[in-house]
Design a protein around this ligand. Sequence first.
Ligand SMILES: *Cc1c(COP(=O)(O)O)cnc(C)c1O
Length: 385
Amino acid sequence: MSTPYDWLDRNLASIHKANWYRSTQTITSKAGTIATIDGREMLMFASNNYLGLAGDRRLIEAAISATQIYGTGSTGSRLVTGHLALHEELEQAIANLKNTEAALVFSSGYLANLGAISAVVGPRDLILGDAYNHSCLKKGGLLSGAMSINYLHLDIADLATKLKEYRAKYRRCLITTDSVFSMDGDLAPLRKIMDLAARYDCMVLVDEAHGTGVFGDRGGGLTQSLAIEQDLIQVGTLSKALGSLGGYVAGSAKLIDYLRNRAATWIYTTALSPADTGAAIAAINLVQKEPERRQQLWQNVKFLQQGLQDLGIHAIAFDSPIIALKFGDGDIDVTMHISQQLRQNGFFAPAIRPPTVPTARIRLTLMATHTTSQIQTLLQCLANI
Ligand SMILES: *Cc1c(COP(=O)(O)O)cnc(C)c1O
């Protein structure tokens, strides 16, 4: 007998056939450079825990203490029963870290982007986004109803051409970009984007998911190291270098005031839990008080770069702790083979393949807490393969 759900079998079969099927791996250890995955101890080179804070005793204690004071759940949306003094403290800490007037905390970075984009542009408006932008920037564009057009990855000339061609036909225009691209680890030309935005009267939304905590002398992100924190909409996550969960928008007081009234993904969802909020406050404090973590992370990046270059292994960029290795011009079979070899040797560094990215690569990420000898073992294993 047929059921209305039979199409699921057919669709799953075609996902398998394309070799696009994905599944989960179970971790049974605390966040760190060594993880127990499916029962086996492995060296972790794939985590977004750039500063090693997700397993830090002080974040754990802050989460426990916030839970003891406020309980496990925040019990409601921010506009009803969920707005805690702890959220205010976190928003002030983010605004301070980001050097903006104000900030607003969302339940995830994904929701922060959906909410911010769909609130600031609508059907009469234009979005110009980098072709490699994160999924949530693209979905935010769809949700907004604005005309969304991609420009070629990092290509300022293409952005300029598209502004010239389309800008005048729309009311407002929003340029969107990741600051650090999540799959390739390369950096957006933010200064040039800001110049074009000023020339064409555009807003700019920069997603600092992988920049916060990693760039800037106080860890404020790539916008901080370029000193362009003003006149833009900064979005980011509390779940990567900050080791917690949640997302944020930082910007002018009037932008934040407006979002509190118009961002549906903030208004109609339960406020961030006390534990996540408390951990994020502790993380923002440490990001500024312990710059040596950031320095160690960058030393690790340099060390890996040198080692890979000595081995003649090509990477897309060495501009961030995300290092995407390309083998055989991104050939899927070669990349999958190397990925399996790494796995057999106890390294967790997965291959990323289409449709997530145009060509296959192995995406390594470094943490401040990786030791030189851990990185050396990885290099040795790559040399053997
Ligand atoms: C991870 C990521 C997000 C989503 O953040 P979450 O807090 O995990 O939802 C948004 N943008 C970019 C570029 C990311 O890499």
